[in-house]
Design a protein around this ligand. Structure first.
Ligand code: 5GP
Ligand code: ZN
Length: 337
């Protein structure tokens, strides 16, 4: 695989990039970590990702963003018949809605909350003194009414519920947002802030089932058109703790989540680049989301991991966009890049 390293791009702190000492036999985990580090370093050296010194937090280059724009346009074209309502939110949501969503019950380890300084002059002096002394200062801040968005579809459910019952045909919403998940990793495909494009279906159980089946087809067709190797698999979300294992098993048994996986690293399992989710009526338990005849609405969503799809494309087609297969360049509008 020619990663084609470039001139620009800074270095990640040495502790982060130091490869484990070479031994004759490496565990699969060590091999995966080494592959992830290698790919990240190549992306940084090529200037595609810009390191910040924090695992999972990167700037993106013009080429990287051109691919993101192309993917978003291609996904928009795939969904052109959905009569989707486009909604764009900043990468944050109301803390009150976040609390109601029960996200903290399932994924407390991933949540990111926004805190700010809300004190007096005296408190400010104390804050600065702590900073000067190199002491802990974050406890001088207070939680705001804002939390970071964990999945692009989260902000829409309370908005849709506030509108009253759904029309008989239900609704489809098109969302795109940077999402935050606190899972620092050397794997460039596991970011703390990444973009998720989603179509979200709200309606009856049957409407949501038909939507999900249709999007599994469409997502697979997109991977094919992008000339990427892929496989579909049953999946579960990373529910926290001992109780979480039972919830995750239940999610699998009921086939609530499928993922489209693409190999990104040589020595690691393939990476989930799209997900196809059925939430049953979970969000209607939290908010008064109702169908036209007053029943609890069901919801589902298809999520496209924009940054992961970009990494998969770079992995399989190389770092020189001009040398990508013409149909892929054509599809992504990269003819002139
Ligand atoms: P899910 O809600 O199913 O966990 O995530 C939806 C999609 O977002 C995933 O299929 C994946 O493509 C993308 N995604 C999830 N976690 C990460 C991550 O840590 N980094 C990046 N770049 N994408 C992610
Ligand atoms: Zn979603």
């Amino acid at each position: 695989m020619d990663y084609q390293s470039g001139q620009h791009g800074g270095a990640v702190e040495p502790a982060d990039t130091a490869a484990p000492p070479q031994r004759l036999s490496r565990s699969p985990e060590e091999a995966a970590l080494a592959a992830q580090r290698r790919f990240r370093q190549a992306l940084i050296e090529a200037g595609l990702l810009i390191p910040t010194g924090v695992d999972g937090l990167y700037g993106r280059s013009a080429d990287f963003e051109a691919i993101a724009d192309g993917l978003n346009a291609a996904i928009g074209a795939l969904g052109a018949d959905q009569q989707a309502e486009v909604m764009r939110f900043p990468p944050a949501m109301a803390r009150q809605d976040f609390e109601a969503s029960e996200y903290l019950k399932s994924f407390p380890q991933l949540a990111g909350t926004v805190h700010s300084f809300c004190g007096s002059d005296r408190d400010h002096h104390r804050l600065l003194a702590r900073l000067d002394a190199g002491e802990e200062w974050a406890d001088q801040q207070r939680p705001t009414r804002v939390v970071l968005t964990p999945a692009a579809c989260y902000p829409i459910y309370p908005v849709m519920a506030a509108r009253g019952p759904l029309p008989p045909q239900g609704r489809v919403v098109d969302v795109l947002s940077y999402c935050f998940r606190h899972e620092p990793s050397v794997d460039p495909a596991r970011m703390q802030l990444f973009r998720m494009r989603e179509y979200v279906r709200l309606g009856t159980a049957e409407q949501v089932a038909a939507f999900r089946a249709q999007w599994i087809e469409r997502g697979s067709a997109l991977a094919q058109q992008l000339a990427l190797p892929w496989q579909l698999d049953l999946a579960n979300d990373p529910f926290f703790g001992r109780g979480g294992k039972i919830v995750a098993d239940g999610q699998r048994e009921q086939k609530l989540k499928f993922e489209l996986l693409i190999p990104i690293h040589d020595d690691a399992p393939p990476t989930a680049c799209m997900s196809f989710n059925y939430h049953k009526d979970h969000f209607a338990e939290v908010w008064p989301l109702r169908t036209a005849d007053g029943a609890r609405a069901h919801t589902g969503c298809v999520g496209f991991g924009i940054d992961r799809l970009i990494l998969a494309l770079l992995r399989h087609h190389g770092f020189a966009l001009a040398r990508w297969p013409s149909p892929v360049r054509e599809l992504l509008g990269l003819r002139h890049v």
